[in-house]
Write a protein that binds this ligand. Structure first.
Ligand code: UDP
Ligand code: 7WV
Length: 455
């Protein structure tokens, strides 16, 4: 028989990609530690292909996005995939709610990624408490909020851009969907649509923490009652309050962490560049070549994650030629790597999870943003948090090897390097504090739980 002694049953519904699953998965674990039962719903395709779990306090279940056999690769277009996910996802989410209805623990709260605004409609139809979980920074969310409500008109004709609570932004600091008009129209619509139903949500959670962007949180709090609850990073790396919580536990890619650890453990403290562009980015051949030569030409060791789908873009004989100077892997446990003393800097695409992980583990960054919110995150890394630099892009759209080498030196050496490291350690302390008992995010999590329980 199932244990009835839960305070409630939460169903978490992430947008089905690595960078959106990790934070909601981690937040769900946190809720379990507060006495709730939590189920994470992925698509059937992901469920069938994901890597074996470490023991987890969560339940896993599935909905369908309409691509059970081949996943997103099966879709005709981005637009078609989002539409199909809405139609089939709504129906199968309802099925999942019904399946739980007459059990000891029916679902009484849905925490959904606002990339999937239809999930709130399903929750409301069943009279279930619905909470939006924003996976990007408050600053980025507030930019989209302004565009959605016509407060910021596109295309942008005058710069710099002033938005309450944000530093003044140049065009290149804006999310790519805004700075590159017409790029990814379906995703642009999706990020703006995050705000279409949010007024009706019973809670609005954001994966950031107050101290990181107090002005943006305060400005946006004038329009939504926000609850920043981040960083959503396994407890082992932060407050250590959750037992055995040392990884996210749902990898869409295979890695061999002992290979990375063994290699890193032979390297001196702060001597290795960790380079990764996350789970989605697909770099041009030219950009890969520039990165490859910059890493090979720098005087530091490097660990570079090159996904299987990107490997063909490496220069010929690259892996043979670098010898023990570098290690190239297809995926790694990024948290383990970032927390290894050997790492001196993170050459990153500035995906929000990667950025937040680096801030929380005290690792300075060289930002080479590619698209979506990465550009805005890179702006904050350099000018607000002052934990690194953003590499300059040439007219041809490429970050050249000389620039990458220069940025790496800036962050790995000298007085500036020392300042970045000191600042990074300061953010690490604040990240730990936010999630620890009585910290800003911990209080917000408690507030969320009590609002839901008493609803
Ligand atoms: N990640 C990982 N191993 C890797 C590369 C990435 O575990 O080799 C994780 C990383 O820790 C982060 C997520 O994948 O939690 C990537 O999310 P992010 O928002 O940084 O980028 P995206 O993949 O969405 O572009
Ligand atoms: C995947 C697809 C579209 C977007 C994102 C990820 C993201 O930025 O999180 Br807009």
């Amino acid at each position: 028989m199932e244990n009835k002694a839960y305070r409630g049953h939460v169903l978490a519904l992430p947008f089905p990609i690595q960078g959106h699953i990790n934070p909601l998965l981690q937040f769900s674990k946190r809720l379990v530690s507060k006495g709730l039962k939590a189920t994470l719903a992925t698509t059937l395709f992901i469920h069938n292909t994901m890597q074996p779990q470490s023991s987890s306090s969560l339940q896993f279940d599935t909905i369908s996005d309409g691509y059970d056999e081949g996943g997103f690769a099966q879709a005709e277009s981005i637009h078609a995939s989002l539409n199909r996910m809405e139609t089939i996802g709504s129906k199968t989410l309802a099925d999942l709610i019904l399946k739980n209805k007459n059990t000891a623990n029916p679902i009484d709260c849905i925490i959904y990624d606002p990339f999937l605004p239809w999930a709130l409609e399903v929750a409301k139809k069943f009279g279930i408490f619905g909470a939006a979980f924003f996976t990007q920074t408050c600053a980025v969310n507030f930019i989209y909020y302004h565009v959605h409500h016509g407060l910021l008109k596109l295309p942008i004709t005058s710069t710099p851009i002033s938005i309450p609570g944000l530093p003044v932004l140049e065009l290149a600091d804006m999310p790519s969907f805004i700075s590159v008009p017409g790029s990814y129209p379906a995703y642009f619509e999706m990020v703006l649509n995050q705000f279409s139903g949010t007024d009706k949500a019973d809670a609005v959670l954001v994966n950031t923490f107050y101290e990181l962007e107090p002005e943006a949180v305060e400005a946006m709090s004038k329009v939504y009652r926000l609850l920043p609850i981040g960083p959503t990073i396994p407890s082992f790396y932060l407050d250590k309050r959750l037992e055995n919580d040392n990884d996210y536990g749902l990898n869409l890619f295979v890695s061999d962490s002992s290979v990375c650890n063994n290699w890193l453990n032979t390297k001196p403290e702060g001597s290795v560049i960790y380079a990764s562009f996350g789970s989605m980015a697909s770099l041009s051949n030219k950009q890969m070549e520039e990165l490859a030569f910059a890493l090979k030409g720098s005087k530091f060791h490097f660990l570079w994650v090159v996904k299987a789908s990107e490997e063909a873009k490496l220069p010929e004989k690259f892996v043979e030629e670098i010898g023990n100077k570098g290690l190239v892997v297809q995926w790694c446990s990024q948290l383990e790597v970032l927390s290894n003393k050997a790492i001196g800097c993170f050459l990153t695409h500035c995906g929000w999870n990667s950025t937040l992980e680096a801030l929380s583990l005290g690792v300075p960054m060289v930002g080479v943003p590619q698209w979506t919110d990465q550009t805005t995150n890179a702006k904050y890394v350099q000018d607000v948090w002052k934990v690194g630099v953003r590499a300059k892009v040439c007219e041809n759209g490429i970050v050249e090897r000389k620039e990458i080498e220069f940025c790496i030196k800036e962050v790995m050496e000298g007085e500036r390097g020392k300042d970045f490291l000191e600042n990074a350690k300061k953010w690490r302390d604040l990240a730990i504090k936010a999630g620890s008992k009585g910290g800003s995010s911990d209080k917000n999590i408690d507030e969320f739980v009590s609002r839901f329980i008493n609803s």
